[in-house]
Design a protein around this ligand. Structure first.
Ligand SMILES: [Zn+2]
Length: 155
């Protein structure tokens, strides 16, 4: 029997709450003690919410602000944030890892191979197509990551 399924909304990361901002309160909720380095690194991620930062970017922000927090601490804190679900880590090809606050809102990425720029996008069409493909193979999607590697278009 052929079953016709009603089109569904993409349900990736369905149990994540949407976060408009992240502060110390979220450290506690994530089971992390509020420490100075954690607070400062969270602030930097929050201030650059629209960007994707490397550990070096964060370290440079700290140096500019005359903070005595070392690069090793930055890495350690970012790993803790990742385990606690506060940040998402992206290992795009050929570069350093990028970090961004986990906003709870699904999006995909494009990475420019010439400039390293990371562009966010979200396409209902792509989401729906992926649902269809998974269903066709007898699965439902739990999560997905899509990265498109691009170059500036030649005029
Ligand atoms: Zn992103």
């Amino acid at each position: 029997m052929i079953q016709y399924l009603a089109p569904q909304q993409p349900v990736t990361r369905k149990h994540r709450a949407t976060r408009d901002y992240v502060d110390s309160k979220h450290l506690k909720e994530a089971g992390l003690k509020i420490t100075y380095p954690r607070k400062r690194i969270l602030d930097i991620l929050e201030r650059h919410r629209t960007r994707h930062l490397t550990a070096d970017d964060i370290y440079r922000c700290l140096v500019e602000a005359d903070e005595e927090i070392g690069l090793a601490t930055v890495y350690r804190v970012l790993n803790q944030f990742e385990s606690a679900g506060l940040v998402e880590k992206h290992n795009f090809e050929g570069g350093q890892a990028y970090y961004e606050l986990d906003s709870g809102q699904h999006h995909d990425h494009m990475v420019c191979l010439e400039t390293g720029k990371v562009i966010e996008f979200m396409s209902e069409e792509i989401e729906a197509a992926q649902q269809k493909i998974a269903r066709k193979h007898g699965y439902e999607i739990e999560d997905h990551r899509l990265v498109i590697y691009v170059r500036p278009k030649k005029k």
